[in-house]
Design a protein. Structure first.
Length: 473
């Protein structure tokens, strides 16, 4: 029953009705407070206190991790990149001493005692290099048949672009995220020649086709790996939402585009169903399908951020305690790995016991109080974010703490997140993919370039060799 201000003033039936009215107000206030809290949570959720990616933060200024007043310059232990002299410079310019600055005597005929060296490293202005292929024609003196020498493979048109154009186009479009228009303008500024966007698309498609056998090698190497990272992110393709999936490790990167995010996409990609190693991932439910045989390791960074969300908006002590425990566990693990020893069994037992105790104490915080009798609603009652997060900690304890037991397992899923982050930059710079074919091309070429970078290979040289069919891992 709802009371108006006028009705409140006319209450005269004793304490019972007043008590009922106050109870109704308290219940209504509680509902409003819960709603306000939920709206504040939605507005305040970002990459620091939830599972939302940094790309969703918009123009929010990130909190700097640097402390003011510290020593300027690179941190201690940072490897510098100072120029060093080369033994064989491309050009040597000698500067002679013609006369004495003290007495003005001529020194032209005096032999130098030594040379003081200084080198200038510069980048030459690019220019077009045209290679002409000439095919001889001869006539046989015996039968009179006209013969012509064969052109090299790939030289098929009177005038065409070489492998270098293909390599630069793929590199600028896929790795640096430039749009076709900006790539064409860059070529025009550098060389005075502006290729059409159709030409650039054709070059990207050619690189995509030539990398197919190399992508198979990447997939095979990942399947044989003991530990993998997996993640996915949304892509705007043909005015709709699709998903870019990545399976990766420290040496190899594979991307695949699919219209679904979960199990259907995993099976279409084909890497995860037969994998039997350790997979590091977030807690997306599709990874826990009973069809898969890999072991799970959950991203600790995700869990820390979600604990922070519970701390910020619910004030639960269990989230604070568990966040501190995870950080302590990782600190102990890092120190053990630096020392080249496993984490002590007693330390592991203590951390796991405290893990269980924190969750046991937290039950009272995330379990809502019993509601007064009200008409029952159909369907399953929704759980709070705190209850859902606690359930994950309870169900997946071995996956959460796997880094304590296995030195191969990292604390977080940063490897996959780093490999997938620049895809969002590409989308911001160039806009949505206009076709699924364009997204597939991007995924294969990006995976190849990412693999080259991890293995410290020269990207442009490798793309040229791949275009010629001469590149091998």
């Amino acid at each position: 029953m709802t009371y108006t201000p006028e009705q409140v003033m006319k209450i005269s039936k004793g304490d019972a009705e007043i008590a009922s009215f106050i109870t109704m107000l308290l219940a209504h206030i509680e509902k409003l407070e819960a709603r306000v809290n939920e709206l504040e949570r939605q507005l305040g959720s970002n990459s620091n206190n939830s599972s939302k990616p940094p790309s969703s933060d918009g123009l929010r200024k990130p909190k700097s991790l640097r402390q003011s007043g510290g020593k300027k310059g690179a941190p201690q232990g940072h490897n510098g990149h100072t120029f060093t002299m080369v033994d064989q410079p491309d050009e040597v310019i000698r500067h002679g001493v013609e006369s004495c600055s003290h007495c003005s005597a001529s020194l032209l005929e005096v032999a130098p005692e030594s040379h003081i060296r200084r080198q200038v490293v510069d980048l030459p202005l690019p220019r077009l290099v045209v290679t002409e292929h000439q095919s001889e024609t001869k006539r046989c003196p015996c039968c009179g048949t006209k013969q012509q020498a064969s052109f090299p493979s790939g030289v098929a048109a009177p005038v065409q672009y070489g492998e270098g154009w293909k390599a630069w186009t793929a590199y600028l479009s896929v790795y640096h995220g430039l749009s076709l228009e900006r790539i064409a303008q860059l070529f025009a500024d550098m060389t005075g020649h502006r290729p059409s966007e159709a030409t650039l698309l054709s070059q990207i498609d050619g690189t995509f086709s030539q990398l197919e056998p190399l992508e198979k090698v990447i997939r095979q190497k990942l399947e044989e790996s003991e530990l993998l990272h997996a993640d996915e992110t949304g892509l705007r393709i043909e005015n709709g939402l699709q998903w870019l999936h990545t399976v990766t490790n420290a040496e190899w990167t594979y991307y695949d585009v699919h219209e679904k995010r979960g199990k259907e996409a995993f099976h279409a990609t084909g890497l995860l169903p037969g994998y039997t190693g350790i997979l590091v991932h977030d807690c997306w439910a599709s990874y826990f399908s009973g069809d898969y045989r890999f072991e799970h390791a959950l991203c600790g960074a995700h869990l820390l951020r979600e604990c922070q969300g519970i701390i910020d908006y619910d004030g639960h002590q269990w989230a604070t305690d568990l966040q501190a425990l995870l950080r302590e566990a990782w600190k102990q693990t890092k120190q053990a790995r630096v020392d080249g020893i496993p984490v002590a069994p007693a330390m592991i037992a203590d951390l796991e016991l405290r893990y269980d105790e924190i969750l046991a104490r937290g039950t009272e915080e995330w379990t809502p109080p019993p509601e007064p009798e009200a008409p029952k609603k159909r369907g399953r009652k929704a759980k709070s974010k705190a209850a859902n997060l606690a359930k994950r900690f309870l169900l997946h304890k071995p996956a959460v703490l796997r880094f304590l037991h296995d030195a191969r397992v990292p604390f977080d899923n940063s490897q996959a997140e780093r490999d997938i982050r620049m895809v969002k930059v590409k989308q911001k710079v160039s806009g949505a993919f206009r076709t699924t074919q364009g997204a597939d091309q991007f995924a294969r070429i990006r995976g190849f370039i990412s693999t080259l970078r991890k293995q410290n290979r020269k990207v442009l040289d490798s793309l040229v060799l791949a275009a010629r069919g001469d590149f091998f891992f």
